[in-house]
Write a protein that binds this ligand. Structure first.
Ligand SMILES: Nc1ncnc2c1ncn2[C@@H]1O[C@H](COP(=O)(O)OP(=O)(O)OP(=O)(O)O)[C@@H](O)[C@H]1O
Length: 380
């Protein structure tokens, strides 16, 4: 049985009025958002705005002082430690550096949660571990120690380990940190492949603009201790909010400064410089919406796409005009494609949909050629 045949749709995560401080330092306040079931969401924000703190709060590693975090019918802000322990089993978490044990090889690192949390026999553990290592393109690298492999491989090993307990919620902290742009695109592709295969609710924390523009179904942004917005990707990508526009274009013009925010006089000075033709960096011309990446050829159809389409139709009227227009265009395009394929829209085609072509292995995973070691996995 392949991994996607075992999948169940991930649970919704609903956060209400969440506020977190460390001593007198307020990190963010009154954060309210819902991660829709099985969809991929991204949380953006300048450095230090508390994105990692938010992730850690969702799994109960940090405790906000106010608010609610509802997961599978339990408010983890109020539950017992036994309930929290059970809820945590729903999560697969990829920390920035993979958080691998340095003295264990990749096989034992990946097997660790199974040995710790289940009573599975070694033969069953072996089958799961090899399946997940294959999924992330690390077949052949099982005996390597974390110190012997690249940062990209460590991330993928961390991802394999995050998947062994069949999580319903996947949290990923800066999957792009330390990776070059090409490897970042590969890991983006991998995250969407995994979403297509196991349909888990996914939250990616990142400040990578390309990833944010092309991967998630929904995007939010933290700035000035608040959640500036959270919603379908079209809302943020068409937003006129100065901090959002500045962030997406990576320019120095705007309210985000070196240490998070600027005052009015500094902004006026910089605008004068820009008006005088001084290059303040960034890629100002990037506007609007790039197409979303799709799972690689051979992957199952991403069920989240249909669910999201229906959900977004229902909330269209609440969204800004520019977002409505962008969503309408993507809905029209989806309808057109469905017509072309025999009117097979949201009609429960189920898992038999596959993207065609591409080189596939036995699991339907798209494989890149290996560059260094023929047995060290497909890419790093
Ligand atoms: N355990 C802690 N105790 C005290 N302060 C903390 C703790 N964890 C984080 N902080 C502070 O919270 C703030 C937000 O940190 P966080 O790492 O969440 O930011 P971030 O948005 O993820 O940044 P980056 O994008 O640079 O990783 C920082 O000022 C940090 O120093």
């Amino acid at each position: 049985m392949t991994s996607w045949e075992e999948s169940v749709v991930g649970v919704e995560v609903s956060v209400k009025g969440l506020t977190k401080s460390f001593g007198v330092q307020k990190i963010w306040q009154d954060v309210t958002l819902t991660l829709p079931q099985g969809e991929v969401s991204a949380l953006l924000g300048p450095s230090g705005t508390g994105k990692s703190v938010f992730l850690k709060s969702l799994i109960g590693l940090l405790r906000p002082e106010e608010g609610e975090i509802w997961i599978d019918g339990t408010n983890i802000m109020e539950c017992s430690s036994k309930e929290l322990y059970e809820i945590r089993k729903l999560f697969g978490v990829l920390f920035q550096d993979g958080a691998l044990f340095g003295s264990m090889n990749l096989y034992d690192n990946t097997a660790f949660p199974l040995r710790e949390h289940t009573k599975k026999k070694e033969s069953e553990i072996r089958s799961i571990v090899m399946d997940k290592l294959e999924l992330v393109g690390l077949t052949g690298a099982e005996d390597k120690l974390p110190g012997e492999i690249s940062g990209g491989m460590r991330k993928r090993a961390g991802l394999a380990r995050a998947l062994v307990l069949d999580p319903e919620i996947i949290l990923v902290d800066e999957p792009d940190s330390g990776l070059d742009p090409v490897r970042t695109t590969y890991i983006s592709q991998l995250l969407l492949n995994i979403n297509a295969q196991i349909d888990a609710t996914t939250l990616i924390v990142t400040h990578n603009i390309n990833l944010a523009r092309t991967v998630p179904d929904n995007i939010g942004m933290l700035f000035r201790k608040k959640l500036v917005m959270f919603g379908p990707r079209e809302v943020l990508l068409t937003s006129d909010e100065p901090a959002v526009k500045q962030f997406l274009n990576g320019t120095m013009i705007g309210p985000i400064g070196m240490s998070e925010e600027k005052d009015e006089s500094q902004m006026r000075e910089e605008q004068k410089l820009a008006d005088a033709g001084h290059n303040l960096g960034g890629v100002e011309d990037v506007e609007g919406i790039m197409p979303q990446m799709e799972p690689a050829p051979g992957m199952p159809y991403r069920q989240a796409v249909d669910r999201r389409r229906e959900r977004v139709r229902g909330i269209m009227h609440e969204l800004p005009d520019s977002a409505q227009q962008a969503i309408q265009e993507s809905l029209d395009e989806a309808d057109r494609q469905n017509d072309e394929h025999g009117n097979q829209g949201n009609d429960g085609r189920g898992d038999d949909r596959r993207y065609d072509d591409g080189q596939q292995d036995g699991y339907g995973n798209y494989r890149e050629p290996a560059y260094d070691s023929p047995q060290s996995g497909s890419w790093r």
